[in-house]
Design a protein around this ligand. Structure first.
Ligand code: PHE
Ligand code: ZN
Length: 882
């Protein structure tokens, strides 16, 4: 364990929240950009906050890595005796109640590799301020409950930085001297500093227009490097669709004259919702059919929608403090999921969201970093941009809608905006708006925000043929998580139907009701255990439980295999059909894993193979759904189902199922593959995407078989593909065989200058059975297209390997662990946020089999003993060792 001393990072607690001592009404910023330093001149109009308990409190401004040039208070230059300066703040003790502060600082974006604050990427400047990056630009009250009106003037050499952008509306521009020009921006909306943005550089622009429902015209502008201008059309279409959708679904219009998006290749996250000037990772903007896959097109549409939707849920109404992060993120993810459901196939979208939640969030909830949707403490807020805050947070928002219905949810949203527009608020404020708008009691529901862990919902059923009743005994529990040993019952919406022997849903009438009320309903489970009795049930049904995944819980129901096959074939709920196939699959996978561990032969069960054969043969099913049913759960998800993780057994069991299915269904897979061929031009439309997804799942199985004729199918597909979806899928199948090497080389030659395409090339190798090993990863880190300072590169090669290649990373010799510890230490010096994400690869260590557990512990201890570890990495490592 790291020693506790003055340098040990301290946790910040929700219970310590106090309102700021001062509020800032107006901020005037001037940036003088240059190659070797940037001068920031800030003029703040402040007043004392009457809500603060101490009426004489000092003004303590946040600031990091700043060179202070001067401070003026109400026009008077302050000498060093009038303020106190340390590594993280500038404090002025004697402050009048109203004041004007003028602060000049020097900063160094050109050496800023953290990509947090103002930084350079290529020759251009970009900013990233969420969560606490603004304090690396100037001294400020860098907290979201301080909302101010910003004016920004940017001065720079006109040749080098012709485009100068900031938030709001451009109100002036001109030439300063022979070489330098300036642009002035005014943002009419008050905002927290985390939504500030600045961009400067040589950028090309794609321009378009949008007319809002009330007839206002909005200029839409996407700025990219000149070479990428031909890859912005899909992003622009996605902006317009998002704007229309938010008007139709929530009555929300855009509120500025211009909506700008800038794409940058060096970016820590997916994208950022800065007011009027969103900054995006290139990954979520750039797409052309030959460079981007269906998954990429889909991701761009979703992330564009997400950032656009933040304009209301995040910007107009923001968070009081960072503990409330899910207030904006959970809600905005829910909104982008609903948007995506409306743009494509709702059930496919839902199943994919559940897969993500289960694979990543359930794992987080079961590990050392488990935290509630509203955490109670953190060491480094950047570590809390998690699947729990985002994806579980979205499930929590979805449950309001499941309980209230879509109209009731809309009433709650309307009240939320009516009450809180222009404010910084809490998750409780959101919950109160939902409750008050509908007269609904959400008091117990609050536990979804405060209790971590994935609840288990156990259901047992009893059919009484003579009384014609069907009784469900429902019990809930939730495992202990760090700092929370006991859990109280949650308010769980349980959506269900009862499927009759003919496959049709039965009418549902609860005891005490006069008549049946539909064939699907949502039960409110609130007790630790509870009984629901349905009456007038003429035959024994198969229960279809947790329809559309109505709550983020683990369902435990003792389905027989015959019942699962029945649901798989008939359930009217697409999610439950998929779920039935997954449950069958998981059962058999577990048997295979156990057999592998005991050195026994690995064989598939006939009824499972028959069920999969039927799924594949069912041409009435959406091909995308068939593809999902045939897709195996990730190795990491399988690992999370084990009492003790043996990565080799998981790899062997999973591979045996893929190979077994490929052998057993060889002719059906090939027939489907051939039937789904499509030579027409690429279109990103649900039907075409669905066909490609099934076609490529079939190809994936076929290339498991070591048959030259089948590998040739993949080679042909690669050679004639008119889109990246097909090219990448073909390469993914080939890369496990020696035949893949030539194709990998050709791919790298062709795409050497497309950074995002090279990311795919790195990932394909990192995940490959044949190539995904430490030696190969190290070799690829020397490839000219790799850069340790670029987060996309780190994620696509190293991140993919340690997070998604279970057997590769967890090689029995421990080489993966020393490699990643070394890499974390290197990257921590450059970019702590990225390093901390890699440190998450240790989160499963306590569940590994003994040899690997010891090897991982040794590396964790080695990391913990390092002097000068960032807070980011320190938090992950120390929580792992607790
Ligand atoms: N707020 C961003 C989003 O959810 C994510 C982000 C966080 C980006 C922190 C950058 C830094 O869209
Ligand atoms: Zn977001």
């Amino acid at each position: 364990m790291a020693k506790l001393d003055a340098n040990t990072p301290q946790a910040i607690q929700l219970r310590d929240y106090t309102p700021p001592a001062f509020l800032i009404d107006k901020v005037d910023l001037t940036f003088e950009l240059d190659e070797t330093q940037t001068r920031v001149i800030s003029r703040l109009v402040l007043h004392r906050n009457p809500a603060h308990p101490d009426a004489r409190a000092a003004l303590c401004l946040d600031g990091r890595e700043l060179e202070l040039e001067s401070v003026k208070l109400d026009g008077e230059v302050l000498d060093g005796s009038r303020y106190a300066l340390d590594a993280e703040s500038l404090t002025i003790a004697a402050m009048p109640d109203n004041a004007i502060l003028e602060i000049v600082t020097l900063i160094h974006p050109e050496t800023n590799t953290s990509l947090n604050g103002l930084y350079r990427s290529g020759a251009n400047f970009y900013s990233q301020c969420e969560a606490e990056g603004f304090r690396k630009i100037t001294y400020y009250l860098d907290r979201p409950d301080v909302m101010a009106r910003f004016t920004t003037t940017v001065v720079a050499d006109k040749q080098k930085w012709p485009v100068l952008l900031s938030n709001g509306n451009k109100v002036g521009e001109g030439q300063l001297d022979k070489s330098r020009h300036w642009v002035k921006w005014v943002d009419p909306f008050k905002k927290p500093a985390y939504l500030f943005a600045l961009v400067a550089g040589k950028l090309s622009k794609l321009a378009d227009k949008y007319t809002t429902g009330s007839g206002r015209e909005v200029a839409l502008e996407i700025f990219v490097e000149p070479a990428d201008l031909d890859k912005c059309d899909h992003a622009m279409e996605s902006v317009k669709k998002s704007m229309r959708w938010d008007e139709q679904r929530y009555g929300l219009e855009y509120d500025l004259d211009t909506y700008m998006i800038v794409a940058v290749g060096d970016f820590n996250m997916g994208a950022m919702e800065n007011k009027g000037l969103n900054i995006f990772n290139t990954k979520y903007v750039l797409a052309r059919p030959d460079t981007a896959t269906d998954v990429d097109f889909d991701g761009i549409e979703a992330v564009i929608a997400h950032e656009y939707f933040h304009n209301w849920t995040g910007n107009r109404v923001t968070c009081r403090d960072w503990f409330q992060l899910s207030l904006k993120e959970g809600l905005t993810v829910f909104r982008d999921q609903e948007f995506s459901a409306d743009m494509g196939s709702a059930s496919v979208q839902r199943i994919e969201a559940v897969r993500t939640l289960r694979t990543h969030q359930f794992a987080e909830d079961a590990g050392p970093m488990a935290h509630p949707v509203r955490p109670e403490s953190y060491i480094e807020i950047n570590n809390f941009y998690t699947v729990t805050i985002y994806e579980k947070g979205a499930e929590v928002v979805r449950m309001y809608q499941t309980l209230l219905g879509r109209e009731g949810f809309r009433r709650g949203m309307d009240l939320y905006f009516k009450r809180h527009d222009g404010q910084a608020v809490t998750c409780d404020d959101f919950r109160a708006a939902m409750a008050d708008a509908n007269g609904y009691d959400f008091s117990q529901f609050a536990r979804w925000y405060s209790q971590a862990g994935t609840p288990v919902l156990s259901v047992r059923a009893r059919y009484d043929a003579s009384a014609q009743t069907y009784t469900l005994e429902v019990a809930q529990s939730c495992p202990a998580t760090p700092g929370q040993s006991e859990k109280l019952p949650f308010h769980i919406p349980l959506a269900l139907g009862l499927v009759g022997p003919d496959g049709a849903d039965l009418p549902l009438q609860l005891a005490g009701e006069n008549e049946a009320q539909g064939t699907q309903r949502v039960l409110s489970v609130k007790e630790a255990s509870q009984t629901f009795t349905f009456v007038n049930v003429p035959v024994e049904p198969v229960p279809s439980l947790l329809r559309n995944f109505s709550a983020p819980v683990k369902l435990d129901f003792p389905y027989s295999r015959a019942q699962l096959v029945h649901l798989l074939a008939h359930d009217s709920d697409a999610f439950c059909r998929w779920e039935a196939s997954q449950t069958l699959m998981l059962e058999d996978l577990q048997d295979l894993i156990d057999a592998a561990r005991q050195g026994q032969p690995l064989a598939l069960k006939d009824d499972f193979v028959a069920a999969m054969r039927q799924v594949l043969a069912n041409e009435a099913l959406d091909p995308a759904l068939v593809a999902l049913m045939l897709t195996l759960p990730a190795e990491t998800y399988l690992a999370d189902q084990q009492a003790e993780i043996d990565p080799d057994a998981i790899r062997a069991g999973r591979d045996a199922m893929r190979l077994g299915l490929a052998r057993a269904l060889r002719s059906e897979l090939k027939a489907s593959y051939l039937r789904l061929q499509d030579d027409s031009a690429y279109r990103f439309e649900a039907e075409a995407v669905a066909r490609r997804s099934l076609k490529n799942v079939c190809l994936g199985y076929l290339t498991e078989l070591d048959e030259p004729a089948l590998l040739e199918l993949a080679e042909q597909q690669y050679a004639k593909a008119n889109n990246m979806t097909d090219a990448q899928a073909a390469l993914a199948g080939l890369v496990n065989w020696a035949e893949g090497d030539a194709v990998l080389d050709a791919f790298a030659k062709k795409w050497a200058h497309e950074a995002l395409v090279m990311d795919k090339w790195f990932t394909l190798q990192a995940l490959s059975r044949r190539l995904g090993n430490v030696q190969q990863i190290k070799a690829l880190m020397q490839h000219p297209a790799f850069a340790i300072t670029n987060p996309n590169k780190v994620r696509s090669l190293i991140g993919a390997f340690v997070h998604n290649n279970l057997a590769g990373f967890h090689a029995a010799d421990g080489s993966g662990y020393s490699f990643i510890a070394d890499t974390i230490l290197t990257i921590d010096k450059l970019n702590p946020q990225v390093a901390a994400r890699l440190a998450g690869s240790f989160n499963r260590w306590k569940k590994m089999e003994a040899g690997r557990r010891a090897a991982m512990q040794a590396q964790l201890e080695r990391l913990a003993a390092q002097v000068g570890l960032s807070r980011d990495v320190y938090e992950i490592v120390s929580k792992n060792l607790q």
